[in-house]
Design a protein around this ligand. Structure first.
Ligand SMILES: *[C@@H]1O[C@H](CO)[C@@H](O)[C@H](O)[C@H]1NC(C)=O
Ligand SMILES: *[C@@H]1O[C@H](CO)[C@@H](O)[C@H](O)[C@H]1NC(C)=O
Ligand SMILES: *[C@@H]1O[C@H](CO)[C@@H](O)[C@H](O)[C@H]1NC(C)=O
Ligand SMILES: *[C@@H]1O[C@H](CO)[C@@H](O)[C@H](O)[C@H]1NC(C)=O
Ligand SMILES: *[C@@H]1O[C@H](CO)[C@@H](O)[C@H](O)[C@H]1NC(C)=O
Length: 597
């Protein structure tokens, strides 16, 4: 920056030094006049580079006195895209000295100030028409009689006549922003009517068709700002989003009232500055509740059961040892079928020996404590799970999708896009788990209906309205999986025609709307706008049952059956015991006496 200022001061000094030597020859006179003009232009808007089109003219001599970096294009075209500073003033030695073909250079020619030296006698109107046809509007020119007349002619759009003559002595600006008011010129718009970005409705008062939504509002406000009229066409249902991009690329429409992701773009010629930053993830159906009859299985976890058995064995061993303070009489049956320990752990009463030793008392305390903890824990689990059963497992990774056979709905367009950018997450999903929709309307209909047969791809932005809608449901149907994102940093931009002359105004407008918080305000209102326009309903799509099924005896029947089986086994054991040991115990004699009496 510092050397630029020094250069500027240097050139100012040079000019001042040169002015006194008023030469008699016409050529140096012209040079001085133009130098003066360039310095004035530089004061109006800074430039640090000169781009000179054409051969051998008065501008070439000026570069010596200005000492700026200069690009000379005598042939009229450069075969590379504009890759020098944007702070460039373009000078042409004659009409149409530039014959540029590359897009980006043409875009820059549109924006940068352009001064032409015209040697012939030609009507100002036709010069401006010529450049207006090329959509270059920042044009001014001087004629060879400049030194006598001191007149600069600047082209003006949307005015009659379409040029203005500015004298070098006047302080009136030579270049102006032509597009602050485009006098109701049409802005050709195409909309895909994807809620909540753009939605159509009829104004109840005037009967006019209007657009609303956070993209539509942006464009409406812009049209209002530059005094443009809107010419909106909407995509018919059999056309795809690709058509919009095709028309934009073919310069058939000026702007699209939609958002395009720029992940797969090779260049950004038809894209605006990013409007929305979002992520692109999966919304998946919330897993179903565990049925009541499986709640028992849920609370008996393998690990916990293992720990309980271990505790039981340890307590049995301690009980046996502390009875006599020796391992005498230790047997496997005593350890595994220790009735004191078993009853203790299950929270039942058990015999408490009279005069127990200190150690034994301590172990009984541990046993009682364990029994209280275990029974209350299981009681609490069981009762809370019976009132509110837990969900089945959630999908946490892309591999889980294949494992759980979760179907994912997708449109052909999105699938090709994800394949083209070689998305590694997308590749992990097996083709069998994809349901491909040719028509994106079918896809949107399913997603909007919260159809739980599939998981869906959704931007976080759109998800927010679904989340809002779900708040009215009795049961949550979908969840937004932040772990399952195809892209976490997705820039969405508004497709614009390549040579839109007011692109810079639009982008500035976009940033302003963000700055004052309008965009987030519109987004937060999206869902209510959708409800107001009947695009979505407040209806509960979770289809709640009129009554929740209560816990039935049937649900715990297998517990009962287990209980019954255990009873039968113990009765059989008892009978077998009586049959084999009955004589020893004098059981039969007792029965005989009893019956005999
Ligand atoms: C300019 O040249 C003319 C003749 O060509 C001469 O009469 C006149 O005095 C000159 N003027 C100056 C300022 O030198
Ligand atoms: C400009 O771009 C062209 C290719 O597009 C390249 O050959 C050239 O070196 C670049 N010039 C500068 C100054 O970067
Ligand atoms: C918008 O353009 C129309 C048509 O040229 C013009 O009459 C009107 O004054 C303009 N509005 C504003 C606010 O400049
Ligand atoms: C869409 O339908 C219209 C008639 O409704 C038809 O004219 C047009 O050709 C169709 N476009 C495509 C791409 O099928
Ligand atoms: C969800 O979609 C599937 C397949 O498209 C369909 O068979 C099913 O009836 C839909 N479910 C609901 C609740 O509409």
């Amino acid at each position: 920056m510092a050397w630029l200022i020094i250069l500027l001061l240097l050139s100012l000094r040079l000019t001042r030094a040169e002015f006194p030597e008023i030469s008699n020859k016409s050529k140096p006179d012209l040079e001085e006049g133009l130098l003066h003009l360039l310095l004035r232009l530089r004061q109006e808007e800074f430039f640090d580079t000169l781009l000179i089109y054409g051969k051998d003219c008065v501008f070439h001599q000026l570069t010596k006195s200005l000492e700026l970096s200069t690009v000379l294009v005598s042939s009229g075209s450069t075969n590379f895209d504009w890759n020098f500073s944007s702070l460039t003033l373009i000078l042409s030695c004659r009409l149409e000295a530039e014959k540029e073909m590359t897009y980006r250079t043409l875009m820059k020619l549109q924006r940068n100030r352009h001064l032409i030296y015209i040697n012939k006698d030609i009507q100002a109107k036709s010069v401006c028409d010529l450049y207006a046809k090329k959509e270059q509007h920042n044009i001014a020119f001087v004629k060879k009689d400049f030194i006598q007349s001191k007149i600069i002619t600047a082209c003006r759009c949307f005015q009659e006549p379409n040029f203005q003559e500015v004298s070098l002595q006047e302080s009136y600006p030579i270049y102006i922003e032509n597009f602050h008011d485009i006098h109701r010129q049409p802005l050709r718009i195409m909309t895909d009517l994807v809620a909540p970005r753009s939605m159509v409705y009829q104004d109840p008062k005037t009967g006019q068709t209007k657009m609303i939504g956070y993209v539509a509002n942006l464009i409406n406000n812009f049209a209002h700002k530059i005094n443009a009229s809107l010419e909106v066409k909407s995509l018919s249902s059999n056309e795809s989003f690709r058509n919009i991009i095709k028309w934009i690329k073919a310069d058939q429409i000026d702007m699209a009232m939609t958002l395009e992701a720029s992940v797969h773009a090779t260049n950004f010629d038809t894209a605006s500055y990013p409007y929305v930053l979002t992520s692109y993830c999966l919304m998946l159906p919330v897993p179903a509740k565990v049925p009541y009859n499986l709640v028992y299985a849920v609370i008996v976890d393998h690990l916990v059961l293992g720990i309980l058995v271990l505790l039981f064995v340890v307590l049995s061993l301690l009980l046996i040892y502390s009875k006599n303070m020796s391992w005498q009489g230790l047997s496997l049956a005593d350890v595994l079928l220790n009735d004191v320990s078993l009853r203790g752990i299950l929270g039942q009463s058990f015999p408490f020996p009279s005069n127990p030793s200190k150690q034994l008392r301590l172990i009984f305390i541990i046993l009682c404590f364990a029994s209280v903890m275990l029974t209350t824990m299981y009681e609490a689990y069981l009762q809370s799970f019976f009132t509110h059963p837990p969900s089945e497992a959630y999908i946490r990774s892309f591999e889980d999708i294949n494992e759980f056979h979760q179907m994912i709905a997708i449109t052909t367009f999105k699938m090709n896009e994800l394949n083209n950018i070689n998305n590694r997450h997308f590749k992990t999903i097996s083709k069998d788990n994809l349901k491909i929709f040719e028509n994106w309307h079918d896809y949107l209909d399913l997603r909007n209906a919260f159809n739980r047969s599939y998981g869906y791809l959704v931007t976080e932005d759109r998800w927010n309205t679904y989340a809002e809608q779900q708040k009215n449901f009795k049961d949550t149907l979908f969840y937004f999986s932040k772990d399952l994102c195809f892209s976490r940093l997705l820039f969405l931009n508004i497709p614009l025609r390549r040579h839109l002359p007011y692109r810079h105004l639009f982008e500035e407008h976009m940033l302003r709307q963000h700055e004052v918080g309008l965009v987030s305000f519109w987004k937060s209102r999206s869902f209510f706008d959708m409800v107001r326009l009947d695009i979505t309903t407040l209806e509960d799509l979770s289809r709640p049952k009129p009554y929740e099924p209560s816990l039935l005896l049937l649900d715990v029947s297998w517990i009962m059956k287990l209980y019954l089986a255990a009873m039968v086994v113990s009765i059989v054991c008892f009978i077998l015991e009586i049959l084999s040991k009955g004589r020893e115990w004098g059981f039969w004699k007792y029965i005989k006496d009893f019956v005999g009496n």
